[in-house]
Design a protein around this ligand. Structure first.
Ligand SMILES: Nc1ncnc2c1ncn2[C@@H]1O[C@H](COP(=O)(O)OP(=O)(O)OP(=O)(O)O)[C@@H](O)[C@H]1O
Length: 326
């Protein structure tokens, strides 16, 4: 290798890896209906991103464009740094479609073997069995898929999405057919993917699920990105609500120093700064309470408060994004 090529190689190696998924200016029209209108966002390596929005917002269409299953009228897509239609990128992406049907005459183990072959990856028997176990189908590996319930088929779909050791997993409503235990299992599965640095794009109407597992959220409405950001950005800082008496001016100043303060009689709401970690920093809740007590305040109640993602989503969809986090 020439010194110049070596230097170029070193330079490339030092660059941060391309995002797991990246899209810019996506647009898709079905006859007179604009399903996707100028959508841009990225899913970083190892990041779990939730795609939220009402029925018909364009979520599935965006996912299909990202995966090269629907051709956009405009816009660009890169998967793992390569064009979406490049088979080398597709082989590293796992996908659970919204509507799934697997070959009813095959057993669950055979479906996995088939998908591993299609991805062109060598995955040993033991690892395939572990994958079925991870979705709760360990004892159904030899059963034909035709006899599976809808929830079991969805579990199998998850195993199909995960079996070929993907770097990016795209899940379109992965828990729509699952019972509450199945949903909790999927939540654990998503968290374990994040621990293994596998990126996830998750489309789900279960907002609580998204709030628990996602690092970032993209909210679509009428084909457009209505808001996007980390949960801290979208939900604002944490709030702590206190019921206090014998509050002196010095104590009120101490409360105001911790964050934006709203007083309603004996009730005090302190909005802690965005990204505030109650376990760290000078303004921990225990420090605040200790200081208040030292200032002669009587503390009757301290409770955490934070608007939920569901409240924020409804707010954004009703009134618009409010100018931030686009
Ligand atoms: N193949 C198609 N032909 C015509 N219109 C389509 C097609 N696919 C989607 N659409 C339209 O595009 C819009 C977006 O649909 P899409 O399925 O992407 O929404 P979604 O956000 O995934 O909805 P849901 O939450 O109900 O699954 C809808 O108005 C839908 O009717």
């Amino acid at each position: 290798m020439t010194p110049r090529a070596e230097a170029a190689g070193r330079l490339l190696a030092e660059l941060p890896p391309a995002p797991a998924a990246w899209c810019s200016g996506l647009r898709k029209r079905y006859r007179r209906r604009l399903a996707v209108d100028d959508v841009s966002f990225a899913v970083g390596r190892g990041e779990v991103v939730g795609l939220l929005g009402p029925n018909g917002a364009g979520k599935t269409t965006v996912i299909k464009i990202l995966l090269g299953l629907v051709r956009p009228d405009a816009g660009e897509v890169l998967l793992l740094g390569r064009p979406a239609r490049d088979p080398r990128a597709r082989a590293r992406v796992g996908y659970l479609p919204e509507l799934f049907r697997y070959q009813p005459w095959l057993t669950a183990a055979e479906v996995l073997r088939l998908h591993v072959r299609l991805a062109g990856v060598a995955v040993p028997d033991g690892e395939r069995r572990e994958c079925l176990a991870a979705v709760g189908l360990a004892d159904r590996a030899g059963d034909r898929v035709g006899g599976f319930s809808k929830g079991m088929q969805q579990r199998l779909g998850l195993a199909v999405a995960l079996v070929a050791r993907p770097d990016l997993v795209v899940l379109d409503e992965p828990t729509s057919a699952l019972d509450p235990i199945g949903r909790a299992d999927v939540r654990d599965l998503l968290l374990s993917l994040r621990d293994r640095q596998v990126a996830v794009l998750l489309n789900s109407h279960l907002i609580g699920e998204v709030e628990r597992v996602c690092d970032r959220v993209v909210i679509l409405d009428k084909g457009r990105v209505a808001a996007s950001g980390t949960l801290a950005e979208l939900l604002g800082g944490r709030e702590v609500r206190l019921r206090l008496s014998e509050v002196s001016a010095a104590a009120e100043a101490r409360l105001a120093a911790a964050g934006r303060l709203i007083r309603t009689g004996d009730e005090f709401a302190v909005e802690l700064p965005a990204g505030h970690d109650p376990a760290q920093g000078p303004d921990t809740v225990p420090d605040l309470v200790a200081d208040l007590v030292a200032l002669g305040v009587r503390v009757h109640a301290v409770e955490p408060g934070r608007i939920s993602l569901e409240e924020r989503l409804l707010d954004i969809l009703r009134t618009g994004p409010g100018g931030d986090h686009r």
